[in-house]
Design a protein around this ligand. Structure first.
Ligand SMILES: NC(=O)c1ccc[n+]([C@@H]2O[C@H](COP(=O)([O-])OP(=O)(O)OC[C@H]3O[C@@H](n4cnc5c(N)ncnc54)[C@H](OP(=O)(O)O)[C@@H]3O)[C@@H](O)[C@H]2O)c1
Length: 275
């Protein structure tokens, strides 16, 4: 807990995991600085001149890269961010990573080689994609029109990710650990749809579409080409079955089991996510 009076920079501090990490640190009366394009000072992945001022005087940083560590240039950005952080005296770096992504693993290796006091939180697909992200629109439309089959995914609750990230930011025992985080159960998208439908009291089903039709639909909605490429990659390569296994990462990091998808769905429904 040494040096805890200096702030922790939460990059992506307004996003799904980052805002929960920030809230938990603030509940513990630990100072945080929100890394955001609207932050003070601002942090922008697209403008490297913002990185050193945002890191200045911080003891640690939580790093949620945007849009995804799988995109070209992400490993180089992580290497450079770590270099800037260490040069300014920010030694503790906790990286949010993605499971089954070659570029993400390259970014992880850059962090490990940087000399930082690192922890990697390598995650499966977030449950909250269904309530706080693009999949919410599908839920509201009553069908998940996605290029998915029966490949199961162990969706992880971002509340667990935030708990692990906060532990890593505040407890030296997590330095040098790579935690692979999943939920406790494998669910196909049809399983997830059934459980969300039940919790939300609405009819929800999977309407499988081809990858080409999925991409064409995104283009029709004005989604930029690089984001469409990323989505295609996530739904084809990353969802090819490589991640169809559960891990004990939450248990190993926190000494308790991972939260279940059914509990997530009940909580999100009660909070009005699908009203
Ligand atoms: N979603 C998943 O299922 C999943 C699974 C595994 C890993 N991941 C990883 O999680 C990370 C975040 O993904 P997410 O989907 O959860 O998104 P998110 O954190 O909810 O994304 C939004 C955040 O990104 C920030 N942001 C956007 N553009 C930015 C820019 N140019 N510079 C600085 N910050 C910027 C936003 O900040 P402002 O708008 O305030 O600037 C906001 O805080 C990615 O690295 C991804 O690889 C995601």
């Amino acid at each position: 807990m040494a040096g805890m009076t200096s702030p922790t920079l939460i990059i992506g501090g307004t996003g799904k995991t980052g805002r929960r990490v920030a809230a938990r640190l603030q509940e513990r009366c630990l100072p945080v600085r929100i890394g955001s394009r609207d932050g003070t000072p601002p942090f922008d992945w697209e403008d490297r001149a913002t990185w050193a001022p945002a890191l200045q005087g911080t003891r640690a940083a939580y790093i949620a890269f945007y849009p995804d560590l799988a995109v070209p240039g992400a490993p180089e950005a992580i290497a450079e961010l770590a270099r800037v952080a260490l040069a300014g005296g920010t030694r503790r770096l906790v990286l949010l990573s993605g499971r089954g992504e070659e570029e993400a693993e390259r970014a992880e290796r850059e962090l490990i080689a940087s000399g930082a006091e690192w922890t990697i939180v390598r995650c499966s697909w977030f449950s909250q994609n269904f309530s706080e992200e693009y999949l919410r629109d599908h839920v509201m439309a009553g069908q998940l029109a996605l290029p998915v089959g029966d490949v199961p995914e162990p969706f992880v609750d971002v509340e667990d990710i935030a708990d692990v990230a906060v532990a890593a930011l505040t407890d030296d025992r997590h330095i040098g650990e790579l935690y692979e985080l999943t939920g406790p159960r494998l669910l196909t998208f049809a399983d997830a749809a059934a459980e969300i439908g039940e919790a939300a009291g609405r009819t929800l089903r999977v309407a499988p579409v081809s990858e080409q039709d999925f991409a064409a639909g995104l283009a029709h909605d004005g989604v930029p080409g690089d984001v469409i490429s990323l989505m295609r990659y996530l739904f084809s390569v990353v969802l090819d079955g490589r991640n169809a296994s559960v891990t004990d990462g939450v248990q190993r990091a926190l000494g308790r089991p991972a939260r279940d998808f059914r509990a997530y769905a009940a909580r999100a429904a009660a909070a009005g996510a699908w009203r």
